[in-house]
Structures are given as C-alpha cells and as structure tokens.
Design a protein around this ligand. Structure first.
Ligand SMILES: [Zn+2]
Length: 403
C-alpha cells in the first residue's frame, strides 16, 4: 500500500516510534503493530504449527511462530521499500514508512507525474511480495530435500509433520506473501492494484482525475463485495473468518471514498489561489471605536467574527475578533478601545491573496473553522475559513458533475 501525502506538519502519522533508517528513509512502527504481531504469533504458535506438528514442544512452536512473525513484518517492510525506492527513482521524496495495523504505508510526498511512473511505483510492491513468496518456497524446497518433497505431495499431512521448524516458517511465509501480492492487486484505489488500474486508465484517457474516479469506484465495489462475502461466510458457513473479511471490506470501501475525495479536492483546488476562495464582503471597524460600542453595535449585529481595524487615513492597523472581546470582562470593555485589543498586522497569522489554495487549505484545517485574514501588501482584502473551501467545491463541482 502507498499513500500520497501533502506536507502536513504535526499530523497523527507521526504516531508510534522510530525503528531504524534504511536508504535514508525513516522506518516507524505504529503501536497497532504490536496488536497484529501478537495476533499472528498467537495464531501460529497455538494453532497452525501445533496442527502441523503435534510432536513439537510448545517452545519449538512458539519460537518458530515468533520467527515467522518477525519475517512477516520484514516482508511487509520490503514491499513498502520497493514502492519507495522506485518512487525515488522518479524524483519523488519518501521521508518515512510506517508499519501499522493493516500493513505498511509509504509516505510518498507527491503524486506521480506520468502514468508510467505511477504504474511502476504501484506495481513494485506486489512484485516484491511475489518474489518473496517465490524465494521462501525455494528455501522451503531446499530445506526439505527431494525425497521428502515427494512424500509431501503424496500425503500432505504426514509430509507437513516432517518439516523442520525453519521449513515450516518458510512454507507459511511463502503463502502469506503470495496472499499479500494478490490482495494488494485488487483493482480498487487506493490499493496497489487500484493504482495500477488508475495508471492504465490515465494512460488511455489522459485524464488523471477521471481515472481516479473509476479506480475509487471499483475499490468501493470490491470493498462491498468483500463485506458481502464475509457476511456469507459468517452466516451461511458459520465461519468466524468472515468477520475479518467484513472488516477489511469496510476499510477498503471507506478508504476508496476518502482518498478519492482527497484527490478530488487537491485536483480542484490545484489551479486556485486564496483570492478565489476568500470572502470579500465584510465590514471594518474604525480604530477610535470603543470596545463597548464595537460589542453592542457591531459584533452583536453581524455574524462576522473577524474585523479589520483601520485608522483615519483608511490604513489597516490590525484585526479584532469576537474571541478577543469575549475574553475581557465588562469593566475592561468600558475602559478600552478597539485599538488596544486588536492584533497588530505585523503579529497576524494571515494568508496572502496570491497563496496557492492547496497550501492554504492545510493552514485553514489547522485553524479549525476560525477565520483568517487575507493580506495583500499592507491591507486586509478578504477573510477566509476552512468551510469556504468546501463551499467553493459545492458551488463549482455540483454543476460540473450533474450535466
Ligand atoms: Zn503496496
């Protein structure tokens, strides 16, 4: 799995802890990995290996399970690394890889610029998993030897019982890497197969956004199909494995919709500047106004929460917000003027009217739904808040998609 991420400071993907740095890429472990690791080791150590080898001591079963579990995560890492290294060949930075509950996530800084780059980056992971599956099966075969291999084919149960611990781990790792390759090649965005699918449609239509929509749509359908299959397993076959399928299916369809809307938003906002999104109908308040007057006759009579403050010459001095006034008690309000409480222009956290909308959306998301002032030179020319981005999309995208 790969993830395209924007440069968002301090997001939750900093979670977990740093394991090691490989090829200049920081490898992190999310805490959810401990849970899935314990689950895998438990199911191998108490289920699969004792099933194959009734004669093994618990120590042998558990240490083989531990080894297999560790190699499984190394396989996941190799999968993500191959995405990352190919991405880097195309000049795309990959600052870190995070291993988490559902596998791994390589943070690829920007979208691939051509369909062929997208195709190569996406297919690299499943190819690595397929190669690992092949290598582990070769290893198992060489550990087993020719004569034993024949008996394994004749009587699988007895043959499996004769496998050494290392060979048993290799057999399991071979099959699990094969499953990983197959699962990731489901042609639903944002899985690797979905990205491959998107690259092909993109190549064919020349339209990346439309390609993303098709790939996300298939991703959603596959998710639902998986959930339906899981439900059938659970209700008709009475197999508890169905629960996993439902969970993965739900995750997949959810992810498909989420990553499509992210791509859509980024795609729609790409050509825009802050000046395209900002509100330009707003009022200003004179610096000489008393706070009392401002609160009763201005703030209370409008739903504007951020007010530029201007002096007699019309020059903007700063901004004052509803929160600034609320923070003061009534005594202070009767004593002070707007100019005493405002945030001066120099100290203002503001956007510039020619900032790219995509970059601004990060700052807006951080501000919650608090409005920010938009500056042009020394003047406040607009106000903008996070929901204005959504409003712009609603106004411009609906009309496009309906007709
Ligand atoms: Zn992948």
């Amino acid at each position: 799995m790969t993830e395209q991420s924007k440069k968002e400071p301090g997001r939750s993907r900093e979670s977990g802890f740093r394991l090691v740095t490989l090829f200049g890429i920081e490898i992190r472990l999310d805490f959810s990995v401990t849970f899935i690791f314990a689950l895998i080791v438990y199911s191998l150590g108490s289920g699969l290996f004792p099933d194959w080898h009734p004669d093994w001591s618990p120590l042998t079963s558990w240490s083989t399970a531990l080894l297999a579990g560790l190699l499984f995560f190394a396989s996941l890492l190799a999968h993500e690394l191959s995405h990352s290294l190919v991405a880097r060949r195309y000049g795309i930075q990959v600052p870190r890889i995070t291993l988490f509950l559902f596998g791994g996530m390589a943070e690829i800084e920007s979208e691939a610029e051509t369909p062929s780059a997208e195709f190569s980056i996406a297919i690299a992971g499943p190819i690595m998993s397929l190669a690992l599956s092949f290598i582990f099966s070769l290893l198992a075969a060489s550990l087993v030897g020719g004569a034993q291999l024949e008996s394994l084919l004749e009587d699988p149960d007895a043959g499996a019982a004769a496998l050494t611990p290392l060979a048993s781990a290799c057999v399991w790792l071979s099959s699990v890497n094969l499953m990983l390759a197959i699962f990731n090649m489901i042609p639903g965005f944002p899985l690797d197969g979905g990205r491959v699918f998107r690259a092909l449609v993109w190549r064919f239509t020349g339209d990346r956004l439309r390609a993303t929509r098709y790939a996300a749509e298939t991703g959603k359908w596959f998710g639902w199909l998986l959930m339906a299959f899981g439900l059938w397993n659970l209700l008709v076959l009475k197999s508890s494995g169905g629960l996993w399928l439902i969970l993965i299916g739900w995750f997949l369809s959810h992810l498909a919709v989420a990553s499509y809307s992210q791509t859509l938003t980024t795609g729609l906002l790409q050509p825009l500047k802050v000046s395209d999104l900002m509100r330009t109908h707003f009022e200003r308040v004179a610096a000489a106004t008393s706070l009392e007057d401002f609160a009763e006759n201005w703030l209370l009579r409008s739903n504007q929460v951020l007010w530029p403050v201007y002096d007699q010459t019309g020059k903007t001095l700063g901004v004052i917000s509803l929160a600034d006034v609320i923070a003061l008690d009534r005594a202070a309000r009767s004593r002070l003027g707007v100019v005493d409480v405002m945030t001066p222009l120099e100290q203002l956290r503001a956007l510039r009217s020619d900032d790219a909308a995509v970059d601004a959306s990060v700052l807006l998301a951080e501000a919650g739904d608090q409005p920010l002032a938009v500056l042009q030179g020394e003047d406040v020319v607009g106000l903008i808040r996070g929901s204005d981005v959504l409003r712009w999309i609603m106004l411009h995208d609906e009309s496009r998609s309906r007709h």
